[in-house]
Every structure is written in structure tokens, then in C-alpha cells.
Design a binder for this molecule. Structure first.
Ligand SMILES: O=C(O)CCC(=O)C(=O)O
Ligand SMILES: [Fe+2]
Length: 313
């Protein structure tokens, strides 16, 4: 199953002088670039998220998933995989909920109100502060990516082109020593994903040469990976990796992902500086929301690369 000997690169973002134009910034930036070219993924240590918040995020997840099914079903969304997902025969161990703009206080509040009409300030503050503080890591990484691609003149446009979705996930243990699929292999469709999990492992990432590696982060590490929209924007210069969740044993895995997602109406188009004779344009400009609509059709689910089928040149 997972290959024992390969490990994802680990990058430290905790340095207090990690500001643009410092020596440490340039050093970390080149590690980010190398990891994303090679794996599309790395582990990040980031101590700006305090220990108590790391603990309370899992308490909040448990509290949320312990709600009655009828309550959880109140979280509906027009966007696929943004509302409540559970009891899917294809992925019986998996349950998830999306919280749009969880970093924005009144949006976190609105979500909390749906599930707890009487209010739940602890839950609301936990998801909001977690998202807001982790968004800082997303932004640092994306600034480094834009610089390392040599397209700084697109910095503001790129940084302003996204919103955040916080997705919380629960995977039941399959109650057997046999390994079962928790979540099928897929590439993410967004810009950058930052995952954090409790002590129960299960995430695997596919290397470019076809080996599944186990990602076993510690409480101080986050798993960062890039999605197809950034892959397209970088005109294929960065890898967007397949990944999946495989479960065994009895323990419940909780994970939480902060997804930076292109805003509806924003056209994703590789900067012309990234298109040349050696790097011909891979994808026609596209709107992420329209691409997602295609991805969730039967055809979109069937094809090997939904992005290529949808807008490949
Ligand atoms: O639970 C995880 O660690 C992975 C979740 C994931 O890949 C996703 O939500 O796209
Ligand atoms: Fe994913």
C-alpha cells in the first residue's frame, strides 16, 4: 500500500523573520518551489496556530459530527461538496461539511446559527480563528509561489482572486484490520489546500512515479498541496497530486481542510510569461465554478483528468 521509505519534504514556516525580501524568505521559497514541482505537496510546521486552538478544533469537529443527522442535513449548499455529505454508498466511512468563508466572523456566525439556533460561541470562535490564522500560511505560500514562478506583476490579482472554504471531515474506522477506502483518489480542484488531522493516519499522496506515500503528520504539522486550478494557472509547472484516504482499525479520523478557491466569475488564465516554446499553453481560460459543475457530472466523474477534458488545449 503506502511506500514506507519516502517522506514528503518538511518546511518550517515558524521563523519570526519570515517576511518578503529577507534571506530566510528566499530560502523557504526555494524549498516550497522544489517540493511543489516534485510532489505538489509538503508538510509545513507553522507555530502561529496556538496549541489550545489545535486541540479545540478537533473538539469542535467531534461536537459537530455528534449532532443528529437531521441537524447536520440543515447545512445545504448549491455548490457540490460544500454542504453536508454523508451516508454515500461509495464512501461509507466518510462524512463532511463545508463552511464557506469560515475566516469571516459573520459567515462563521451564520453557519453556527444554522446548526445551533441558540448559539455556540465556542464552536464559532474556534473555526473562525483557526481559518483566519491558517489563511496567513496559505497567503505566505502563494506569495512564494508567485515569486518563484517569476510573475510578481500578477501578485495582487492572484492574491485577490480567491475565497476560503473550511471543510471538516470524519472517517469512521472500518472496524477491521483490512484497509478500506475512506476517500477515493482525486486531485483537488482549487488553488491551495492545507490539511490538518488528528492522531489517526490515513492520508496517502501519489508521487509522480506512481508510488503511494503515507502522510503521517504530527500535531505540529499541516499538509499543504496544490489543486488543479493552480496547476493550470502555473501552466503545468507545479504538480497537483492525486491523494486518497485509506482507513483501518477502529479509531475515528478527524481532519480539517482550508481550501483557497477561485471566486466565481474570475477567469483562470496562465500568465503569458509562463507560456513559451518549451511550455505551450495547457489549458484554455476557465471559470472555476463552471469547471466544478462539469466535474460533478457523470462524464466529469468518469474521465481521468476532468480539467484536461474540460479545457485542455
Ligand atoms: O481527510 C483528508 O486528509 C483528505 C481530504 C481531502 O483530500 C479533500 O477533502 O479533498
Ligand atoms: Fe483532496
Amino acid at each position: 500500500m503506502g511506500s514506507e521509505n519516502i517522506k514528503l519534504p518538511k518546511i518550517d514556516f515558524s521563523h519570526e523573520d519570515l517576511k518578503p525580501d529577507t534571506l530566510v524568505w528566499h530560502q523557504v521559497k526555494s524549498q516550497v518551489h522544489k517540493a511543489l514541482v516534485e510532489y505538489g505537496c509538503f508538510e509545513a510546521s507553522f507555530d502561529k496556530i496556538p496549541i489550545h486552538l489545535r486541540k479545540s478544533i478537533f473538539e469542535s469537529l467531534q461536537e459537530l459530527f455528534d449532532l443528529p443527522l437531521q441537524t447536520k442535513l440543515k447545512n445545504i449548499s448549491k455548490k457540490p461538496f460544500h454542504g453536508y455529505v454523508g451516508q454515500y454508498p461509495q464512501v461509507p466511512l466518510y462524512e463532511s461539511m463545508g463552511i464557506d468563508d469560515a475566516n469571516i466572523p459573520h459567515k462563521a456566525e451564520k453557519f453556527t446559527q444554522i446548526l445551533w439556533p441558540q448559539g455556540n460561541p465556542t464552536f464559532c470562535n474556534t473555526i473562525q480563528s483557526y481559518s483566519e490564522q491558517l489563511a496567513e500560511l496559505d497567503q505566505t505560500i502563494r506569495r512564494m509561489i508567485v515569486e518563484s514562478l517569476g510573475v510578481q506583476n500578477y501578485m495582487d490579482e492572484h492574491m485577490n482572486s480567491t475565497n476560503y472554504l473550511l471543510r471538516v471531515m470524519k472517517y469512521k474506522g472500518p472496524q477491521s484490520s483490512e484497509t478500506k477506502v475512506g476517500l477515493n483518489a482525486h486531485t483537488d480542484k482549487n488553488i491551495v489546500t492545507i490539511l490538518y488531522q488528528n492522531e489517526v493516519s490515513g492520508l496517502q499522496v501519489l508521487t509522480k512515479d506512481g508510488q503511494w506515500i503515507n502522510v503521517d503528520p504530527t500535531p505540529d504539522t499541516f499538509t499543504v498541496m496544490i489543486g488543479d486550478s493552480l496547476y493550470a494557472w502555473a501552466n503545468g509547472r507545479l504538480h497537483s497530486p492525486y491523494h486518497r484516504v485509506m482507513m483501518r482499525g477502529n479509531e475515528t479520523r478527524y481532519s480539517v481542510g482550508l481550501f483557497s478557491i477561485p471566486k466565481a466569475g474570475y477567469t483562470i488564465k496562465a500568465p503569458e510569461e509562463l507560456v513559451d516554446e518549451e511550455h505551450s499553453l495547457l489549458f484554455k481560460p476557465f471559470d472555476h465554478v463552471e469547471f466544478l459543475d462539469f466535474y460533478y457530472t457523470e462524464e466529469g466523474q468518469r474521465c481521468a483528468s476532468a480539467l484536461k477534458t474540460y479545457c485542455g488545449v
